[in-house]
Design a protein around this ligand. Structure first.
Ligand SMILES: Cc1cc2nc3c(=O)[nH]c(=O)nc-3n(C[C@H](O)[C@H](O)[C@H](O)COP(=O)(O)OP(=O)(O)OC[C@H]3O[C@@H](n4cnc5c(N)ncnc54)[C@H](O)[C@@H]3O)c2cc1C
Length: 260
């Protein structure tokens, strides 16, 4: 129920034109929005000459993967709602009747229908980073975990529009070599914002500083020391994370995320 490839020369497929999802998953519109959000930044970067056509191929690979995952999950809902055989009907009726008295049964049919797909194996993920060394936090391809910064102020309110580098630091300034890589990327037209996390004062070289007085942010992101960082793509999925970031590693991650 999905095309195997969404990019055909100058025609790009998205939403229901690209895939049809089982109705009982209630994910068709959600997925169409996610496709559109993904296509938006991939296409913009190619049109602006910031990446080659390989980036469009990545749109297709990632979203076909998402559609296949959703079709598999929504297929389970369909078999639950309209059991195709006596066995499925027996299971469905048992789950429904047992759930009235047995709490452990309820999660079997209560799952979120619009969570984002994780691009775990994306070609845009940085191969040389510290992803595997983190004990916590959003991994390669995952969306960022939202953090409540203050009353009515959340991390997600501050992200988007381009790449975001979350740089965890207590220092008053971003290291000069990192600032140089950020500056060079921007001068090529790459939208890249730096958000410093953890310092009590505004960090020189960062576009924004978010305090983390109680350490909650660092704790959720599995960060223990100054100098750790996450790089988020324009659709906010994580494409690199480091326990210790330096200029060479940031440059390599940007190079991987924007294939020429
Ligand atoms: C009963 C029902 C309930 C649903 N419930 C949910 C739900 O709860 N949650 C959820 O996420 N999804 C749900 N969906 C699925 C969701 O509605 C679709 O997946 C979604 O609308 C797909 O959006 P789209 O923009 O890709 O396609 P469409 O919404 O089909 O938009 C395509 C548009 O292109 C137009 N068009 C077609 N041909 C041409 C042409 N030649 N020239 C110009 N225009 C053209 C069409 O008129 C249409 O307006 C439901 C669907 C149905 C039918």
């Amino acid at each position: 129920m999905t095309l195997p490839d969404y990019v055909h020369a100058r025609v790009i497929f998205t939403g229901d034109a690209a895939h049809l999802l089982p109705i009982f998953g209630v994910r068709g519109a959600n997925t169409a929005f996610q496709d559109a959000q993904s296509l938006g930044w991939h296409l913009a970067f190619v049109i602006k000459g910031l990446a080659g056509h390989e980036l469009l191929a990545n749109y297709s690979t990632e979203r076909v993967g998402a559609a296949r995952e959703i079709i598999e999950e929504a297929g389970k809902s369909t078999r639950f709602m309209t059991p195709p055989s006596e066995g499925f009907r027996l299971l469905r009726d048992a789950v429904l009747s047992l759930s009235l008295s047995e709490p452990f049964v309820r999660p079997l049919y209560h799952w979120r229908t619009s969570r984002p797909h994780e691009y775990t194996d994306s070609a845009l993920n940085s191969p040389g980073d510290d992803n595997a060394l983190f004990a916590k936090g959003p991994a390669h391809g995952a969306p960022p975990q939202n953090i409540r910064l203050a009353a009515d102020d959340f991390l997600l309110d501050h992200l988007g529009g381009g790449f975001d580098l979350l740089y965890f630091t207590d220092a008053p300034a971003l290291p000069d070599p990192l600032q140089a890589v950020v500056g060079a990327a921007r001068s090529r037209g790459v939208p890249l914002r730096v958000i410093a996390v953890g310092a009590a004062q505004s960090v020189t070289g960062a576009d924004l500083t978010l305090e983390d007085a109680n350490g909650h942010f660092r704790q959720r992101y599995g960060v223990q020391a100054s100098g750790a960082a996450y790089l988020l793509r324009p659709d906010q999925h994580v494409c690199a994370r480091w326990l210790t970031l330096d200029a060479t590693r940031l440059q390599a991650a940007l190079h991987t995320a924007l294939p020429q």
